[in-house]
Design a protein around this ligand. Structure first.
Ligand SMILES: Nc1ccn([C@@H]2O[C@H](COP(=O)(O)O)[C@@H](O)[C@H]2O)c(=O)n1
Ligand SMILES: [Zn+2]
Ligand SMILES: [Zn+2]
Length: 597
């Protein structure tokens, strides 16, 4: 990754004269301890980093150099460093989605990082080929380090149900001799393909192997990694189960899935870190004052260990700062080779091929919905309105419903590339429809879907619902939410020359000082679960409509239809709409036609 003068600026600001000087960007430092961690989660294929956002512009090769330098630094101080990844490595970027078969370049890049412990996310399990790629490629690539405490897979050859990877692992750290038992969980996910089985966390922790593991007396730290939100019933249950048996053994959790920076305090000796999404963030955590055989011998043990956390902006400026190195001394040979491998993969996959040029920024959550700069407003009023048409259903009033979670990232003004195609919406789900749905019932279905607690948005559990709440019980608010975004910085003194770059201003269970980079806050607005748009020249209130929806949300539409008293079984009555057309391709075709450069 090359460091240029304007590299720390968001692309939207890069051309402006008042751009902040990157050198003055204030950074909070990392407090090393006996045991240190680097954590990634929900990388979703973004191993090339963010080409349009300098704050997150380092790549997986740079991260490899960073982890190496951090390990060298820790070990030189007689401390340990572990590298963790908690899943959703796939789906969401051209580097993964653009190859045939998907993921061949990605897995070959990923494996060069030394990852000490990793788990699966839900995205590794949506499809049969993805989970089998985990079984046959990722698990062997990280042999002994991949954990699957609650995931089994039907082995494609033997047809036997086997653990995707070992349930847990016991090991001792190199420098400090810390005895660790580690587990690797997935939240209570039910949207997996039927070749895998995800056991509920609450029943997994009652199994003999787990109960025996937490009764092991020769343990200084329990390490729970997982594709699980750190504030979740699943992690509460694991915490309680371990604490019930081991009242004072420290527990460190690492989580993900919600795509946010977050830190949870379970008690004075148990904390959990979640490290964002899309290679924007590398999480850092440290523990000092652990009771180990070595510290007992040296009588340096303390009553309560000290837990720390930091959210590192994934760029070279942060990496140089935290390692105390520079452009010459920072990169490792391996890191540079991997950066070259990424560049070559991007070339082979034509990821810079331009399909059109976006005339403006389109935001997922930085602006209100609906509004002229809302990505969802654009999807409704431009893309769906122009392009969602089945040639066998012409001139039939149609109500289309799309889950907002199908849209994964903002669009920046300028080139819309092969890469953008998958960054914006990578999913291969098609469209289905039911005919002759009374319009009032169709509207009630959407209303019911939108009053559910965010089940269909990105980063929410797409758990199979058995019931849906009536619309009047749940309120949807489109107000600004301060969900780990905009609060002003504290504790780090700013000089008059400091001009802040917009970015994360996280508030978590440990306070407001978690982000390494002090940012200017960004507003964040909620969006509904589903968009709806009337198509085919429908009058304002047609009598009946074709109800069109993305097949990914069918199970919710079925329940909402029952709730709305539609009286038909949507799953049985529905048919394919626009055969072989995914939302990804619908958007791409629209861009090619409408966004000339
Ligand atoms: N075919 C799919 C798959 C997923 N989604 C959306 O993604 C959300 C889950 O993503 P995470 O990264 O948060 O695990 C899911 O809730 C859906 O909103 C989709 O739309 N289509
Ligand atoms: Zn994710
Ligand atoms: Zn997830």
């Amino acid at each position: 990754m090359i460091l240029s003068l304007l590299w720390l600026l968001p692309s939207a600001l890069a051309a402006q004269p008042s751009a902040p000087d990157p050198i003055s960007a204030p950074l909070r430092s990392l407090d090393f301890g006996q045991l240190n961690f680097l954590h990634t989660t929900d990388t979703h294929g973004w191993l090339a980093g963010h080409l349009q956002e300098p704050s997150y512009s380092a790549d997986w090769g740079d991260y490899i150099s960073f982890a190496t330098r951090m390990r060298e630094k820790a070990e030189a101080q007689g401390q340990d460093l572990l590298v963790i990844d908690t899943g959703d490595r796939v789906e969401g970027n051209g580097l993964y989605d653009s190859s045939e078969p998907k993921g061949v370049y990605l897995s070959d890049i990923l494996r060069h990082q030394h990852i000490d412990l990793l788990t699966s996310g839900n995205h590794e399990l949506y499809k049969q080929n993805t989970s089998e790629a985990e079984l046959f490629t990722t698990v062997p690539n990280f042999r002994g380090n991949y954990l699957a405490s609650n995931i089994d897979i039907f082995h494609p050859t033997t047809k036997e149900l086997v653990p995707l990877a070992p349930r847990y692992k016991k090991f001792t750290t190199k420098k400090q001799g810390i005895r660790i038992i580690a587990f690797g969980f997935l939240f209570d996910f039910t949207g997996n393909w039927n070749n895998t089985v995800v056991q509920k966390v609450s029943s997994t922790i009652k199994e003999d192997w787990f109960q025996e593991a937490i009764r092991d007396k020769e343990v200084d730290l329990f390490l729970v990694i997982g594709h699980v939100p750190v504030h979740s019933p699943e992690y509460q249950a694991i915490f309680k189960e371990i604490r019930g048996t081991r009242w004072d053994t420290p527990i460190q959790f690492f989580g993900g899935h919600q795509h946010i920076r977050d830190y949870a305090r379970y008690d004075s000796k148990a904390f959990g870190l979640a490290s964002g999404r899309f290679m924007e963030t590398v999480g850092f955590a440290s523990i000092d004052g652990l009771n180990t055989p070595k510290s007992k011998h040296l009588s340096s043990a303390v009553a309560t260990p000290i837990f720390k956390r930091r959210y590192i902006d994934q760029n070279l400026f942060s990496y140089y700062h935290h390692t105390g190195l520079d452009e010459q001394s920072f990169p490792t040979q391996k890191g540079q080779n991997v950066s070259r491998l990424i560049a070559k993969a991007r070339t082979d996959l034509h990821l810079d091929q331009v399909h059109g040029c976006a005339p403006q920024e389109l935001w997922m959550s930085r602006v209100k919905y609906p509004s002229p700069n809302s990505l969802y407003t654009w999807l409704e009023t431009q893309v769906l309105a122009d392009s969602l048409k089945d040639e066998n259903r012409v001139n039939i009033p149609t109500l289309a419903v799309v889950n907002t979670g199908a849209m994964r990232f903002d669009i920046f003004r300028g080139p819309f590339t092969q890469d953008s195609t998958f960054i914006v919406s990578p999913f291969t789900s098609g469209f289905r429809y039911v005919k002759d749905v009374p319009y009032d019932k169709a509207q009630l279905i959407v209303e019911v879907l939108n009053k559910q607690p965010q089940v269909l948005q990105a980063s929410q559990e797409d758990d199979s619902p058995t019931t849906l709440a009536p619309p009047e019980q749940l309120a949807y608010s489109e107000d600004v939410v301060a969900s780990n975004w905009p609060v002003s910085s504290d504790q780090i003194p700013l000089s008059r020359n400091d001009k802040l770059v917009p970015g994360y201003t996280t508030e978590d269970d440990a306070g407001k000082d978690g982000d390494d980079t002090v940012h200017e806050p960004i507003s964040f607005y909620r969006v509904p679960n589903c968009l709806q748009v009337l198509l085919n020249n429908a009058t304002e209130t047609p009598e009946t409509v074709d109800l069109v929806y993305i097949d990914f949300i069918e199970k919710y539409v079925v329940l909402a239809a029952k709730f709305a008293g539609l009286g038909i079984d949507i799953a049985k009555e529905s048919d394919v709409y626009m055969p072989h057309m995914s939302l990804t391709n619908l958007i791409l075709n629209w861009v090619k036609k409408n966004w000339k450069c």
